[in-house]
Ligand binder design. Structure first.
Ligand SMILES: [Zn+2]
Length: 190
């Protein structure tokens, strides 16, 4: 089961390693540099916000990150290349050299609880912000969808940028129904 998960992860490697930050990612990084977007809370697992230049400590990943692995017992980090090297010969995932624990891709699996630290950080950021931008999310996946509502109830302005309508459009202060890259392109700095 564990080995099968790793086999599937490595089969997707080409897909993930080919992904590059888009205009939306880069525009948010530009806004971060000038102090306008202090942090990003994301359901993405592709590491592209960090790749676009937002420091890792300013990216809160509710669903984890697929570009590295973690020991489930001692939380040691491992590069995927390190796991693949050991997985390749016999199709068996290595155990943690420090404690012998299981090593798993650092993503949150379906049905698994969201990581406490990330949820708490997202809540703190939500309650501290005066403007909450919900970008490229259908806002249907709970509990992540609860954050914009929390921000709005706390007095923050709430803007949605999404190509499709969302259930929260009616309570947003502004809805921009457009491609994320097009909508954010004016904020790109070079
Ligand atoms: Zn360990």
């Amino acid at each position: 089961m564990r080995n099968e998960a790793w086999r599937r992860r490595f089969a997707l490697e080409e897909h993930f390693s080919a992904a590059r930050p888009g205009r939306g990612h880069r525009a948010l990084a530009s806004l971060h540099r000038i102090g306008k977007v202090p942090a990003v809370v994301t359901q993405n697992i592709d590491n592209l916000h960090q790749a676009s230049g937002i420091p890792p400590e300013c990216v809160v990943e509710l669903h984890g990150n697929t570009t590295y692995a973690l020991c489930l017992d001692c939380a040691a980090h491992y590069e995927l290349a390190w796991v693949r090297e050991r997985f390749a010969p016999r199709g068996e995932a290595p155990n943690c050299p420090h404690c012998g624990g299981f090593i798993k891709s650092a993503t949150v699996s379906f049905g698994q609880a969201m990581p406490d630290a990330a949820m708490q950080r997202a809540e703190e950021l939500t309650l501290a912000c005066d403007l909450f931008l919900a970008i490229g999310s259908s806002l249907v996946v709970w509990p992540a969808a609860g954050f914009p509502l929390m921000a709005k109830r706390n007095g923050a302005a709430f803007i949605i940028i999404n190509r499709e309508p969302t259930d929260f459009d009616a309570i947003a202060d502004l809805v921009i129904r457009d491609d994320i890259g097009d909508a954010l392109a004016p904020f790109l700095s070079h």
